[in-house]
Design a protein around this ligand. Structure first.
Ligand code: KPL
Length: 304
């Protein structure tokens, strides 16, 4: 089915928001980046350059602040987990009736809260394995080609609005079990990100250093027990396999949590490790390694 021509607003002009908007624009989908009032990021002011493989191209994606957005017919929120609710509220009144609202962030728990507060909005979720960062010269570096999964609990078939995204984004699929994909990403982030902060290391060092690797393996065993309790038995059986492959594939990366902590920004630990701890407590399950990491990372977070 061909969808009516949507105009997508991407709220959150970090690396993944900009990269996603650039894919959409490149494929001819109408897109605008939204930023917080008075906080246009330097990389947008300077004119965004996208570096991919050996080539560089200048992007000209329209960017406006949320106050200037008029009618929003389709919204993709790509902010950090702790900013999603405020970001949504900042454009709530500009949303057209029945506009799709898609949340794409690390960690879990945000959707449940928003859904409870706004039962009339049909929220969907997305997760990506794309890798991108913005360098010191405010250039967008597309460092790892990946894919996208979109979905909405209880909706097996893709809605009409999804087709423009699918045509524009790489390896992009509607997932009739998006919870499983979100848990998979959660597991990866929970096993890698806090440990890279604790040991101040790149992802690959968690495999290379024997002490770090042992800690990661024990953490994966604990996370696997939580996956099992969540009904994701297949994922539970493969936690270490999946996590160690990502450590290998992103060996040179600084995890997003390590970058946030080093830059003095709030980290997403409450939505990653914190989510797992809350999940465990609600079911009277123990998760001492995650609890300790949660306390340690919170203590290292100087953003407040
Ligand atoms: O998603 C990531 C992150 O840093 O948040 C991983 C996969 C761990 C890559 O660094």
């Amino acid at each position: 089915m061909i969808a009516p021509k949507e105009h997508w607003h991407v709220l959150g002009a970090g690396a993944i928001g900009c990269l996603t908007a650039s894919h959409l624009q490149h494929a001819g989908v109408s897109v605008t980046l939204l930023t917080r009032p008075g906080q246009m990021p330097e990389h947008l002011k300077a004119g965004l350059h996208l570096h991919h493989r050996q080539s560089t191209r200048q992007l000209q994606i329209p960017a406006i602040d949320t106050d200037s957005a008029e009618e929003i017919s389709a919204l993709l929120i790509t902010t950090k987990a702790m900013q999603v609710a405020d970001a949504f509220l900042s454009v709530r009144t500009q949303l057209q009736r029945d506009a799709p609202v898609v949340l794409m962030h690390n960690g879990m728990g945000v959707l449940e809260d928003l859904q409870a507060t706004f039962p009339d909005i049909r929220f969907s979720c997305a997760t990506t394995t794309e890798g991108a960062y913005i360098n010191d010269q405010a250039h967008l570096i597309y460092s790892g080609e990946g894919g996208y999964r979109f979905g909405c609990e209880g909706q097996a078939d893709a809605p009409a609005w999804f087709h423009s995204l699918q045509a524009a984004l790489p390896d992009c699929h509607w997932d009739d079990n998006i919870q499983a994909s979100l848990w998979r990403k959660l597991v990866i982030n929970a096993a890698i990100n806090p440990l890279t902060v604790l040991y101040q290391c790149r992802n690959g060092e968690l495999l290379e250093n024997e002490t770090y690797r042992r800690h990661a393996q024990l953490l994966c065993e604990e996370i696997a027990r939580l996956c099992q309790a969540a009904g994701h038995g297949q994922l539970a059986d493969q936690v270490w396999h999946i996590v160690s492959k990502v450590m290998q594939g992103t060996a040179k990366n600084q995890s997003s949590m390590l970058q946030d902590i080093r830059a003095g920004r709030p980290s997403e630990v409450d939505f990653i490790t914190g989510y797992l701890c809350r999940f465990a407590h609600q079911r009277n399950l123990d998760c001492p390694l995650n609890e300790t990491l949660l306390k340690e990372i919170r203590a290292m977070d100087n953003s407040q």
